[in-house]
Design a protein around this ligand. Structure first.
Ligand code: URA
Length: 209
């Protein structure tokens, strides 16, 4: 599949398996999500621009590389994106953060927007959209559509889990947006849940039902 980065690192796969288990507590689900997000941040930022700075070590002056974290914006799709966001911010603490509030209409499964707040000057920034589940793709498509109105330099999409239907939908609407995922599961069910999946990511993260 073009433009899909399946992150198969053993640490990522191990933590995802623990999260999938139905007996995983809210506490451990949240902790694992946080750890997984840090590992995924490592992959998704692999091609981040770097710049040279002059620094002094205790012994001499040198030219060394740094990233400009402020150019990066993590955009969290509420509410389940929050868990990934926290993990990503712990490794790129200087990143800016945007939020998009979207809920899934339970009947039509379409995305309805209720909140949109981004940093200024989005045209100078690289965007990483985070949402644990790329299921029907409707929320991801709507989020990317809204973000493209602000003309950012680039957009990537990060999820923990997806399925062939979600990938096909997002790629059909936005073929220029690479997808980073820890797993590609079998299918969607009639309610828009991923099988075998991990259930409702938001409910599992926050202990709601
Ligand atoms: N959202 C979830 O939280 N879980 C799914 O399986 C699909 C969408």
């Amino acid at each position: 599949m073009s433009n899909v980065h399946h992150i198969t690192h053993p640490l990522v796969q191990h933590k995802l398996t623990l999260m999938r288990k139905k007996e995983a507590s809210t506490n451990s689900f949240r902790r694992l999500l946080n750890e997984l997000a840090m590992l995924m941040a490592y992959e998704v930022t692999r091609d981040m621009a770097m710049q040279d700075v002059e620094i002094e070590t205790p012994l001499e002056t040198m030219t060394a590389k740094v990233i400009d974290g402020k150019k990066l914006v993590f955009v969290s799709i509420l509410r389940a994106g929050t868990g990934i966001l926290d993990g990503m911010l712990s490794v790129v603490p200087g990143a800016r953060v945007g939020h998009i509030g979207l809920y899934r209409d339970p009947k039509t499964l379409t995305a309805v927007e209720y909140y949109f707040k981004m940093p200024q000057n989005m045209q100078d920034r690289d965007v990483i959209v985070v949402d644990p589940m790329l299921a029907t793709g409707n929320s991801a498509i709507a989020a990317v559509e809204r973000l493209k109105e602000l003309n950012p330099k680039s957009i990537k999409f990060v999820c923990l889990l997806t399925c062939p239907e979600g990938i096909a939908a997002l790629q059909a609407a936005h073929p220029d947006v690479p997808i980073y995922t820890a797993a590609i599961d079998r299918q969607l069910n009639d309610h828009g849940y991923i099988l075998p999946g991990l259930g409702d990511a938001g409910d599992r993260m926050f202990g709601t039902k």
